[in-house]
Design a binder for this molecule. Structure first.
Ligand code: RB5
Length: 142
């Protein structure tokens, strides 16, 4: 189960990501926002982060205008490693090296085509499991 959320700045891209996940046959839970009306990104970043941290969702995708505010919010929740990605290389590396459990994107930064490629890269790349990466990830939580 993939948790997805955005503020008004990310609303349109969130709808496109949902359609893409449906086409791929992947299940998701939409934590809002549910309209393009102005709203506060911490509400939605926190909701997705808590769902991932609790195990209700396996991964999360969060979107705001820049991706910055919503990723800062998500990273305040214990156990969350939210990675703000604007390219596929970073999306692959953050899964392999950081075992990132949430992808953050900026809807005002990315075109839809690139954003969907980043989503696919993030969802399809496994964690490497290398000792050195496991050690570094455990140090984040200290
Ligand atoms: C909303 O205007 C905008 O500030 C928000 O989407 C995001 O970019 C914050 O980091």
């Amino acid at each position: 189960m993939i948790g997805i959320g955005s503020d008004h700045g990310g609303f349109e891209l969130k709808e496109a990501v949902k359609k893409h996940l449906e086409e791929r046959g992947l299940e998701y839970k939409d934590f809002g926002t549910y309209s393009p009306a102005s709203c506060d990104y911490p509400v939605y970043g926190r909701a997705v982060a808590k769902a991932v941290a609790s195990g209700e969702c396996d991964r999360g995708i969060i979107i705001c205008g820049t991706g910055i505010g919503i990723s800062i919010t998500a990273n305040k929740i214990k156990g969350i490693r939210a990675a703000l990605c604007s390219d596929c290389f970073s999306a692959q590396a953050t899964r392999e090296h950081n075992d990132a459990n949430i992808l953050a994107m900026g809807a005002r930064v990315l075109g839809e085509g690139l954003a969907l490629k980043i989503v696919d890269t993030f969802l399809d790349t496994p964690f490497s499991g290398d000792q050195r990466h496991m050690r570094r990830i455990s140090m984040i939580e200290e």
